[in-house]
Design a protein around this ligand. Structure first.
Ligand code: MF3
Ligand code: CO
Length: 256
């Protein structure tokens, strides 16, 4: 069921989204060679706490028997890890690493979801292009995040753009509606057909989140039951904002 948010709910969404953006900022400032992904996770936890929020990722159910609930405050996915990388004290960032940080802040019962990909230090030209294309893929989708279009129009725009740049989109994971739940209807795939899927209506809040792989699109899950990595070992990037569909242009809520 797709929920249409009231004005009061939109205000609450904005608050959660602002906090998640502030948390991304704190992480961006802290990323440097030598820091562990665990250290970044603690920075996220403290920042959210400072603003009266908490991570909605911590304790998120896996839905799979034998796989524990999500153990950390953040998903930090380095290089060939696409999404759901679990922070660790043993994972020390080094110059050139491609680090995707996916955060969900929960405040007053509403979720804000945002992912960014950072390059540690200078980074290669290839890495920069991958990160840029992933960001632009979000904006290609955003052009259709309007009343009068359908979810498939967003999906199609993202998929075609990424393909045109010689990269692959992840097919097994997608964007989503968001509100009281981190994941609500509709699903927002990163590929698809124009003119298909649910109609976009003012008051819908959705996450558009291209996950882009440099090489082959095939992914697999690591033994922890969470970490998703590319099969061919190629790098990947992720870019996500929570947005509001309005009568006119979409509004990006995950800003500070
Ligand atoms: N933030 C992710 C998304 O974009 C989901 C995180 S999964 C969790 O949908 F288990 F870590 F919560
Ligand atoms: Co999301």
């Amino acid at each position: 069921m797709i929920t249409i948010k009231s004005n009061k709910e939109i205000e609450l969404m904005k608050e959660a989204c602002k906090i998640v953006a502030l948390t991304q900022k704190a992480i961006e400032e802290a990323i440097k060679p030598g820091i562990s992904t665990y250290d970044l996770d603690i920075i996220a936890e403290k920042t959210m706490e400072k603003y009266g929020a908490r991570s909605a990722e911590k304790g998120y159910p896996s839905g799979v028997k034998g796989v524990p609930d999500y153990p950390a405050n953040t998903c930090i996915s380095v290089n060939d890890v696409v999404i759901h990388g679990v922070p660790s004290k043993n994972q020390i960032l080094k110059e050139g690493d491609i680090v995707s940080v996916d955060l969900v802040a929960l405040k007053n019962g509403y979720n804000g979801d945002m992912a960014r990909t950072y390059i540690v230090g200078k980074g290669s030209e290839e890495a920069k292009r991958l990160v840029e294309v992933t960001k632009q893929a979000f904006y290609e989708g955003l052009k259709f995040a309007k009343k009068g279009f359908r979810v498939g129009d967003i999906s199609h725009a993202i998929g075609e753009y990424v393909k045109s740049q010689g990269y692959s989109v992840v097919r097994e994971f997608q964007g989503h509606g968001i509100g009281k739940e981190m994941h609500e209807d509709p699903g927002v795939p990163n590929y698809g057909k124009e003119g298909r899927g649910p109609r976009l209506e003012p008051g819908m809040t959705i996450c558009i989140e291209p996950m882009v792989i440099e090489g082959n699109p095939d992914i697999w899950e690591l033994e922890d039951g969470w970490t998703i990595a590319t099969q061919d070992g190629s790098n990947s990037a992720h870019y996500e904002n929570t947005i509001l569909i309005t009568e006119k242009e979409p509004k990006i809520l995950t800003i500070c």
